[in-house]
Design a protein around this ligand. Structure first.
Ligand code: BDR
Ligand code: CA
Length: 311
């Protein structure tokens, strides 16, 4: 199985990403690290621990990382994910304790200790990953690639051209994308096609497990906020697509392209500038998702959730 670390800010869609990473037998989830983003670090960390407990996953270390972006202040996505970061279901469950090391140190240990190169799956702001690459550049040769949910080849969701994870910490995204590490970018241009419709929510509920009900309730809450804020009929489930792309590359079609992060822009700070048609002389630094097998993605996600948690 492919060794992976998930760096996340749960977050409704991060929760599903964690379940997929923990449940699919083609991956070995070495650890989970958390970052401030959708909510404050204490909340995203607690949420990661809750989701692993509800999924019946034990023995996977969880460590909290950065509580704010590299530059500037944190702005959380409370309007989308609620005050807890995972509003909707009842998540009362005994949780394990987080490790007493910083996320960057846990990542370093797991990466350098692994028998084969590790894939980093990042579903939140890239603060922890950037800090890892800057403080421990020696890990680069042990990392297979970073697969990140963030950015877009088109428009944004947090500003007209900025996507939340990149806008929250543009400098971190810039460091990661210019690091030389192979990167795969799963942006809004594909994630906006993975909509949790009423049928999908019903499939989660029909699993008949507590975890299935939790997923249905998470998606129901997510639907209400996406409807209120964006007018979407159904919410896009961004983050597990980054995990699916590692499990089964045929689910996401990518093209190599130069990607730059706008760090200044009067109106576009945090935008990902993707040179899809290769109009610049820049070399490609990322495989950029341009198409998604929506049905295969949902089959993979729902069938994996079905295997998790107590009956
Ligand atoms: C991203 O922002 C967060 O709110 C989601 O969890 C996802 O990672 C989508 O823009
Ligand atoms: Ca996220």
């Amino acid at each position: 199985a492919q060794p992976v670390i998930v760096d996340c800010d749960p977050g409704h869609d991060d929760a599903l990403a964690l379940m997929l990473a923990a449940g699919d037998p083609r991956l070995r989830l070495l650890g989970v690290t958390t970052v401030a983003g959708n909510q404050t670090l204490d909340k995203t960390t607690r949420n990661a621990l809750r989701i692993l407990a509800l999924a019946g996953v034990s023995g996977v270390p969880v460590a909290a990382g950065c509580d704010r972006p590299l530059v500037g202040d944190l702005t959380v996505a409370e309007d989308i994910h609620g005050t807890s970061g995972l509003d909707g279901p009842e998540l009362d469950v005994p949780v394990a304790e987080a490790e007493r090391v910083h996320a960057v140190e846990l990542m370093r240990r797991l990466i350098t200790g692994a028998a084969e190169p590790v894939t980093l799956i990042a579903t939140g702001p890239l603060t922890n990953v950037a800090l890892l690459l800057r403080t421990h550049p020696e890990v680069m040769s042990y990392v297979r690639r970073v697969v990140l949910m963030g950015g877009s080849t088109e428009r944004g969701n947090t500003t007209p051209y900025g996507e939340f994870n990149i806008v929250t910490d543009p400098e971190a995204a810039d460091i990661v994308l210019r690091s030389g590490l192979p990167a795969t970018m799963i942006g809004l241009n594909v994630t906006h096609r993975a909509l949790a419709t009423a049928e999908i929510i019903a499939e989660f509920r029909a699993l008949g497990t507590r975890l299935g009900t939790v997923c249905a309730e998470l998606m129901t809450f997510f639907a209400s906020t996406y409807h209120r804020v964006f007018g979407f009929a159904h919410p896009p489930v961004h983050d597990p697509i980054a995990v699916a792309a590692v499990i089964d590359p045929s689910i996401v079609h990518t093209v190599a392209a130069p990607v730059a992060v706008e760090l200044t822009g009067a109106h576009t700070r945090g935008a990902t500038v993707v040179d899809l048609h290769r109009r610049t002389a820049n070399s490609p630094n990322a495989d950029v998702a341009v198409d998604l097998d929506v049905d295969a993605f949902w089959r993979l996600l729902v069938s994996t959730v079905a295997t998790l948690g107590p009956r």
